[in-house]
Design a binder for this molecule. Structure first.
Ligand code: PLP
Length: 424
């Protein structure tokens, strides 16, 4: 297998003799065929080819192949957002009356999706402290539990998820582990190598990197045994798809095929070709960018940890971090560019600090090439109750700092302006 730097550039679209060097944008909703019979075979899933761009498209398909290769999976499905990918990852295996378990330290939007919206669909989620011992975590499982979910590097607590511990626990209970690998990206960590079964991404973040498209991806390792008696929908005929049995017809690709032909057909959150083209441009430089993000963030984390105005800094490579050992194991190349820290003086100081920065953009975004900041308690995590905020590792003074690719001296000089404002 080629190295990740090479995969970023060469997986997916592979031009043949005389074909365009750049990936073509197939901006078409539909595809023409010579015979009605061929189209019938497409509907039966017995012939290869694209039928309609709500379900698949050649340009998006190239990007799906690239992401699947980078993660080491058997297939991927791109979605119109990271939220859509997280939603599909659960709906593909859980229905009303089912239950799943999630780490409490995850992105606030995902907490809302799991705790509020999926509950309305009749699917229950139990949030657990991911750092709890296995015997305590085991108590969260029920006979109707269908999955376990966590983030490799949690947004914004910057907690490192013990993938191997949760994979073993999930498998001992006959369910898959789903990992949101948005912040780490496959450049820094490949969850499948540690036993995860499904990976989701918000491609809006580092994968794109340039803040030009909102997108998501669902990736299947192909390793989970869906025929263990718990996942009927994957191994009995799907009447909504003229009797297809996904495990029989698609083997290792059963999960990802079902997500596409059943859920994507019905929900229709498939990205446009042009969006996939923009994402691919981002993916081409992802490995190079991640190196610089990690290097800059490590220096910024050390700088912040040494400041007297700072209460605490969350960054896993700091010796003081409770996640230092997990970071060494799962993220040996670095922990990406996102740091969270709390300034003394709570919300008021945090706002003063952030409003004094000139280089860093104050935006509802993260994991971008440009340094940016956000105050989670008043934005991404605004809907969370105080209890949920604490569980997600968020204090009123917490600032999420996404360290970009600028020169480190300029980033530090900007932070100096923030600290100077606290003394005025
Ligand atoms: N997962 C993580 C870790 C995120 O940070 C986000 C968004 O910030 C999402 C999922 C949701 O992604 P999107 O905004 O693309 O829907």
């Amino acid at each position: 297998m080629a190295h990740i730097e090479t995969q970023c550039l060469h997986e997916g679209y592979k031009p043949g003799n005389g074909q365009p060097k750049a990936m073509p944008i197939y901006q078409s909703t539909t595809y023409t065929y010579d015979s009605t019979n061929h189209i019938g075979q497409l509907f039966d899933l017995t012939a290869d080819g694209h039928m309609y761009s709500r379900i698949s498209n050649p340009t998006v398909g190239f990007v799906e192949e690239k992401i699947a290769a980078m993660e080491g999976g058997v297939g991927a499905l791109c979605t119109t957002s990271g939220q859509a990918a997280s939603l599909l990852s659960i709906l593909n295996i859980a229905k009303a009356g089912d239950h799943f378990i999630s780490a409490s330290t995850i992105y606030g939007g995902t907490v809302n999706l799991f705790a509020v919206t999926l509950k309305k669909f009749g699917i229950d989620c139990t949030f657990v402290d991911a750092d709890a011992p296995v015997d305590q975590l085991q108590k969260a499982f029920r006979p109707n539990t269908k999955a376990v979910f966590g983030e490799t590097i949690a947004n914004p607590a910057i907690a490192v998820f013990d993938i191997e511990k949760f994979a073993k626990l999930a498998h001992a209970n006959g369910v898959p582990l789903i990992v949101d690998n948005t912040f780490a990206t496959p450049v820094l960590c490949r969850p499948f190598e540690w036993g995860a079964d499904i990976v989701v991404h918000s491609t809006t973040k580092y994968m794109d990197g340039h803040a030009v498209q909102v997108g998501g991806a669902l990736v299947d390792s192909g390793n989970f045994n869906w025929e263990n008696g718990k996942f009927e929908e994957l191994c009995t005929p799907d009447e909504s798809y003229h009797g297809v049995t996904y495990t029989k017809q698609f083997g290792k690709a059963a999960y990802i095929t079902k997500a596409r032909v059943q859920l994507m057909r019905d929900f229709g959150m498939y990205p446009a070709a042009h969006t996939a083209f923009l994402l691919d441009l981002g993916l081409q430089t992802l490995a190079v960018r991640m190196e610089r993000h990690c290097r800059n963030a490590e220096q910024v984390a050390q700088y912040l940890a040494a400041r007297s105005e700072v209460e605490f800094v969350n960054y896993p490579t700091l010796e003081s971090s409770p996640y230092a050992a997990l970071a060494k194991k799962y993220l040996p190349k670095g922990c990406a560019g996102v740091i969270s820290f709390s300034v003394k003086g709570g919300r008021e100081s945090a706002v003063k600090f952030m409003d004094s920065l000139q280089l860093a953009n104050n935006v509802v975004h993260v994991a971008d090439i440009c340094t940016c900041v956000l105050h989670p308690a008043s934005s991404t995590h605004r809907q969370l109750t105080d209890e949920q905020l604490v569980a997600a590792g968020i204090t009123p003074g917490l600032i999420r700092l996404s360290v970009g690719l600028e020169h480190i001296d300029d980033i530090l000089a900007d932070l100096e302006k923030g600290f100077a404002a606290l003394h005025q």
